[in-house]
Design a binder for this molecule. Sequence first.
Ligand code: CP
Ligand code: NVA
Length: 300
Amino acid sequence: MKNLLNLSDLSKDECLKIINSAIDRKINKKQSTEAKDKALAMIFEKSSTRTRISFELAIKQLGGLSIMLDKDHLHLGKRETLADTASTLSQYADIIMMRSNNHSTLENLAKHSSVPIINGLSDLSHPCQTLATLMTIMEVKGTLENINISWFGPISNVAHSLIDAVNMNLGINLSIYCPKYYQDIYFKKLKDMKKEISLDKVIIKEFELDKINPTDVVYTDTWFSMGDIEDSTKIEMLTKYTVNQDLMSKVNSDCMFMHCLPANRSQEVSSEVIDGSQSYVWQEAQNRLHVQKELLLNFL
Ligand code: CP
Ligand code: NVA
């Protein structure tokens, strides 16, 4: 059974096919009923705007239907084991997409499900987001070859999936600017979760305004992911990582600004940048719908 728990579960060819087919279907406004009578079950342990709506629309526009399962309205973990829920859902749905607090929940679900599991964000990774990010870069720059991405802030689940993309040899290069404290948090998380990822091709360092590597994309994510507790010491540590006009003035005028959203305009990005001419965040959000369609077709 093939699942998408991490971006690395896809081959480079599958990843490029998803991106290129998504661009083709978007440009040519291709209609299809390839998912006719297919059902997508979606389980959310955390809130979502883009992931939920884009998956719901994607399956509907392909002729199928989605079933939204809020964890508070399932027996999951209360009156029924995850294994039994997975076996039951496999009787009804053709694909299960889950947003989970713990990545291990997705792994367990995959172990007990007889239909594919797609990770709609976990504490470890966010593969669907990275596909939309790569699609957007491909649309704007026309290629992924030799595209330099600079990441600012904590190494989040979104950053982890970007590292996976680098390791797939898609041609992108990644520089991560992150306080040492947050670098150590990321390494500890990997160790605690017993996960390994190659960082050989990724540059990870602390940020100095005048020492940004040449970059085609500036990317950031919320400093506090869902479930994290905000604290003023951490905010202070991260303040110089805010993507503001000062930072954007150090990069080329054709450098894209990207963000997975939701954004905190008083922390990781200024309104001036996210609403500015270099921002592609809305195109990136729309592309969640387009890649989701190809992703679903890849797994049906
Ligand atoms: N980027 C993203 O996954 O957004 P949502 O949390 O709104 O789904
Ligand atoms: N790192 C963020 C991404 C949200 C799409 C979070 O996990 O909350």
